[in-house]
Design a protein around this ligand. Sequence first.
Ligand code: AMP
Ligand code: MG
Length: 376
Amino acid sequence: MFFIEWGSSIKVDNRASIQQDPPHNYGCDKRVEEQSLVPATMPQWTLGIETTAHTLSFGLVDADGTPYPAASDTLRPDEGGIHPREAADHHKDVASELFAKVLDTNNLTPSDIGAVAYSQGPGLGPCLRVGAAIARGLATKMDAPLIGVNHCVAHIEIGRQQCGCDDPILLYVSGGNTQVIARLQGRYRVLGETLDIGIGNMLDKFARNQGIPFPGGPKIEQLANQYLERTPEPSMEGLQLPYAVRGMDLAFSGLLTAAQRLVDNGAPLDAVCWSLQEHAFASCVEVAERAMAHTGKSELLLGGGVACNQRIRTMCEEMATDREGASFAPPRMYCIDNGTMIALLGYIELNHRTTELQGSAIDQYLRTDQTPIVWS
Ligand code: AMP
Ligand code: MG
């Protein structure tokens, strides 16, 4: 059960929805034909709710689809990784305050919200359920259209919107996902992906083993830069790691173990951070380059939290320039998980469909290529 009290708080009790998620048929083309259409231009603001993992975020786009910065709060455990149940509790606890904040910041009231979009998947089940419960409650209360969207596709669309690129290969590098994606025949197709853990999870786990709290990626970047500052001629001598490419796919767990072994054997941590970044990012860029070559596309777009890293941005730019193409990366606030990208994709998709309550269950395992792409 969930309920909402206006003014002071949103209260979410998602225990019942955990047991009673209604059946759904997410991902089939038929769905698009069956859904009712809403006007091409939304009269009011579209709210986006992001809760796939460690972050709860509310974002907005206005009636023209212009994005506004999100209000976000991320669970940062003192030790250990993210526990899905704890993350869900965190989202529940901060939802009310954060919702008020995003409205206040933009001088809005709840009645200005004309549609509610939320991450329907993929992600951690308990976290997704909190977001879906909030979205259902708000949409019902305001009698506004509800739309569940694909989190991975949202990363792509905010990137396209922000960077003005048209038909890119997407290198999606986040905590839980690492995928190379291209739009082909009405879907964002996954051409290559990690066979084990996401690149961000790999960086976070390596960092955690060194006592660095979540998120570890930014600290690893800082240490790698520190190594370069103190090492005029950096060399891989003694710092070699396994290469993560498997055809068009990637694998990072061997890299993680080997990097840990280097540290255990006495290699300086900052040097290992540098080597880890070089190996992990080079493998992603190699697969992305092959995807560009095979599809004939000339644009590359970075997305996901690891795309905040300046080194991977530079490597992508160098590769794309060598191919006489171009590489793009959105502002960092739109690389990490954010509600604005969910609002934007909801705004786009509301021209084609809405989500009825019966079909609003989350899908932890929703794939990038399950969502029909019916917009340009
Ligand atoms: P996301 O799952 O898209 O929200 O992204 C979170 C992931 O991005 C975490 O694994 C972070 O460690 C990683 N990340 C954030 N900033 C950086 C950075 N500057 N360099 C590398 N990884 C980063
Ligand atoms: Mg993400």
